[in-house]
Design a protein around this ligand. Structure first.
Ligand code: GLA
Length: 740
């Protein structure tokens, strides 16, 4: 790994064993992008890659040189100015109404390691030798304003991270109308764009389309990263698949409004922008003030999508997620939401907990409905003290009893929301987001609190502190159940309003930071109506997240498979719920529900008091199974083998780091009749090592990878043999262990 600067040519080359990222100072002092991709030989001058050709109507910075135009040159951190007519990475509005800028290279520094970002989540290193960072200062020619571009290259990952700071040293106010984090200009457009799209209950489905001229993007303007799109996109070559070919990933460590945009221009240059969505964003900077963008994480693979995902998994699991729970195996939990919804009391909860304990569950999570006067969704958000009607001994009384049973105790909160019917709202009606002189839309009967205000965050922090200090809590499910609608901060001036969306997220991060620092042993799980805020920003504070409110095993195949494009399975919250399923009304076997949920954090979300003894026995076995393999599942290398988006069958597997053990999940949605045998070729094994498969047969790794295992054998009809394991929604697991 190195970051080289060739002064004579003004060229920067960041490289490690796998990737190169190269740019240079152009003739006019701005930065031009030269290359990003598979590692190139380090030579002092790749300047010939700067495109200089005479184009009609192109604006050139100088009269003498008609060949050099920013319209066709590839840029490193462009704006709409100086001839570049594409969407820019930033826009600054000066006091005189102009947004013309001339930011040129001023200085740079290179250092070992990586610094943290103030108030924002970011990847980190544990040893300064793991990464190297380059900071480049750009200075406007007229005004005393600087832009600091920061790039980190990791030693062990094909990854570059970026962030940007704007510093106003002038005596005038400036306004940032856009401040994206990353721009990459690729020299061609032969790419397929991959993104993760969906809706509530069908989050992060994989979508692909070939790039076309003009702009194509994914975004959120909802105040959270959203169910609809994830702050991620990738560009892959047309023939790239899971195991071969080039792919470039762009992931944004942020939980609010984002824009990930691809623009293909008339010369086939492909510009990828990633950052905070400029819509509604205008950030005024007074003298001496700075603005820090969130971090972008760029990962490159020339071995297909799986490898890109594995890079994100390992980086995010070990160098983004933090705290004591980062490396600890996660508790097997039971959550009462789908078991009781709002309709519970202490007795009912204890009855569930007792049965859960019997089958080996480790943690009980009390979901929505335990506070204020909350019997349905119309009241009490904001009143984080016990509902004594349901819990006469308080939450503490219940938690003590649950702990006596031998279970840990966890609790649901939704700190960012308030109901109009709450003491909090009655006392502070101006703390809500939205103009209180106008109508404010409700969603699920609730309003958002204005987390851009410090006093609001402080108040909620102190209320939760009281709760956490009193009750022995080991887990928190932090939910957030609505989009922003009317964005306005009451009592603040006009300039403040353009900051509200971002400041809100900074308020969320601040509360997370304070709670995780004061209560380092609590395991936080994020949630937002299922997976509406399942993003790398939240992962920094909460090492696991509720993936979707849809707990149906068959729908989960797509949701979890799509989620695994970026996110490690150690953070994928997955529970076994009731049949018929509460979202799809589908009946699947207890076995299939567990076989899907194992590839995540695993837990139950159903009324165990209603299960038969036979079912409870089966669940006992499931819990034992998960306890045995959770370390492998959480820390192993995850491979997607067969996509639910492409057919009737899904398969995935985890392999231990030492390649001695693996677990394969195979799922078939509908039972075909008289079908060919189906085989799954495994990955990540050692060719010349013999593995036992489910303790029954033994095969060398090369056979398992080259020929595969037969996953669905044919059954001829009910009166013949071989009915076992047949039928719709069938699933199987294969445990592989190297034979000594
Ligand atoms: C959201 C969550 C659910 C549950 C409910 C409670 O929808 O995603 O898991 O906690 O809220 O109201």
């Amino acid at each position: 790994m190195a970051i080289k600067f060739y002064e004579e040519n003004g060229q920067f080359h960041l490289y490690n064993e796998e990737i190169s990222y190269i740019f240079k100072i152009l003739k006019n002092g701005q930065l031009g992008h030269l290359y990003y991709g598979k590692r190139l030989t380090d030579i002092p001058d790749y300047g010939h890659l700067v495109e200089e050709s005479r184009r009609d109507m192109a604006a050139c910075p100088t009269e003498e040189d008609n060949f050099f135009s920013l319209e066709s040159a590839r840029q490193e951190y462009p704006t709409y100015s100086n001839g570049d007519v594409r969407y820019g990475a930033y826009e600054i509005l000066w006091e005189n109404g102009s947004s013309i800028t001339e930011f040129v290279y001023k200085s740079h520094r290179i250092y070992d390691g990586k610094e943290s970002l103030s108030g924002l989540p970011a990847t980190y290193v544990e040893d300064s030798k793991e990464a190297e960072t380059l900071e480049i200062v750009l200075q406007d020619k007229k005004e005393d304003v600087r832009i600091v571009l920061s790039y980190t290259i990791f030693r062990d990952y094909p990854v570059i991270t970026k962030n940007v700071r704007f510093i106003n040293d002038s005596s005038k106010k400036i306004t940032l109308l856009s401040a994206m984090t990353s721009c990459v200009d690729f020299p061609d457009k032969e790419f397929v764009m991959v993104d993760l799209a969906g809706a509530w209950s069908r989050e992060r489905n994989i979508r692909e389309h070939k790039l076309d001229y003009g702009v194509q993007s994914v975004h959120s303007m909802r105040g959270c990263s959203s169910h609809q799109f994830n702050p991620f996109l990738a560009l892959k070559r047309e023939h790239t698949d899971e195991f071969q070919g080039e792919i470039y990933g762009f992931s944004f460590v942020y939980s609010g409004n984002f824009l990930a945009q691809v623009e293909v221009d008339d010369y086939d240059v492909t510009r990828v922008l990633l950052g905070i969505h400029p819509n509604g964003f205008h950030w005024e900077l007074g003298r001496g003030e700075e603005f820090q963008t969130p971090e972008a994480v760029l990962a490159y693979s020339d071995q297909g999508m799986n490898r890109m995902s594995q890079v994100y998994h390992e980086l995010y699991r070990t160098r983004l997620a933090r705290g004591v729970w980062r490396d600890k195996v996660r508790p097997i939990l039971i959550n009462n939401w789908e078991a009781t919804y709002f309709d519970f009391n202490e007795e009912k909860i204890l009855a569930i907990a007792e049965v859960a304990k019997r089958i080996g569950v480790e943690l009980f999570v009390l979901d929505d409905g335990w506070f204020g006067k909350r019997d349905d969704s119309t009241s009490s958000l904001g009143d984080w003290y016990p509902h004594l009607g349901k819990l006469p001994n308080g939450v503490k009384g219940l938690a003590d009893k649950i702990r006596k049973l031998g279970l840990e105790f966890g609790i649901w909160i939704e700190p960012e929301s308030v109901n109009r019917d709450s003491d909090l709202y009655r006392n502070h009606p101006d703390w809500v987001m939205g103009d209180i002189q106008r109508n404010i839309s409700q969603s699920r009967n609730q309003l958002l609190l204005d987390f851009s205000k410090k006093e609001v965050v402080d108040y909620i922090y102190h209320m939760l502190e009281t709760l956490f200090d009193e009750v022995p809590i080991s887990y928190v499910k932090w939910d957030m159940n609505r989009n922003m609608a009317e964005v306005f901060s009451n009592g603040n001036d006009a300039a403040y309003q353009g900051k509200v969306r971002h400041k809100y997220i900074l308020g969320v991060y601040d509360l997370y930071d304070r709670l995780t620092s004061k209560y380092p042993n609590i395991l936080f799980e994020s949630c937002a109506s299922g997976g509406a805020r399942f993003d790398p920003g939240i992962l920094y504070y909460a090492p696991q997240g509720w993936t979707s409110d849809n707990t149906d095993a068959i729908d989960r195949l797509k949701i979890q498979y799509g989620t695994s494009i970026v996110y490690p399975i150690s953070c994928i919250g997955s529970h076994v719920s009731a049949a018929p399923n509460h979202q799809t009304f589908r009946n699947t076997s207890l076995q299939t529900r567990a076989n899907v949920a194992y590839f995540g954090t695993f837990g139950y979300e159903l009324d165990v008091t209603q299960m038969t003894e036979e079912e409870l026995e089966e669940m006992k076995e499931q819990v034992l199974f998960m306890k045995k393999y959770r370390e492998l599942i959480q820390k192993g290398v995850f491979y997607r083998l067969k996509s639910p988006f492409e057919g009737n069958e899904t398969a995935w597997m985890v392999v231990s780091k030492d390649e001695k053990e693996a677990l394969v999940g195979f799922y078939r949605v509908l039972q075909p009749s008289n079908a060919p045998l189906s085989r799954v070729k495994l990955k990540g094994l050692e060719e010349d090592v013999k593995y036992s498969v489910n303790g029954k047969t033994e095969h060398f790794g090369d056979e398992l990878m080259q020929i595969g295992i037969i996953t669905s054998d044919y059954a001829a009809g009910v009166w013949k043999e071989g009915r076992e394991g047949q039928g719709d929604y069938m699933s199987k697991l294969y445990h592989l262990k190297a034979v000594e």
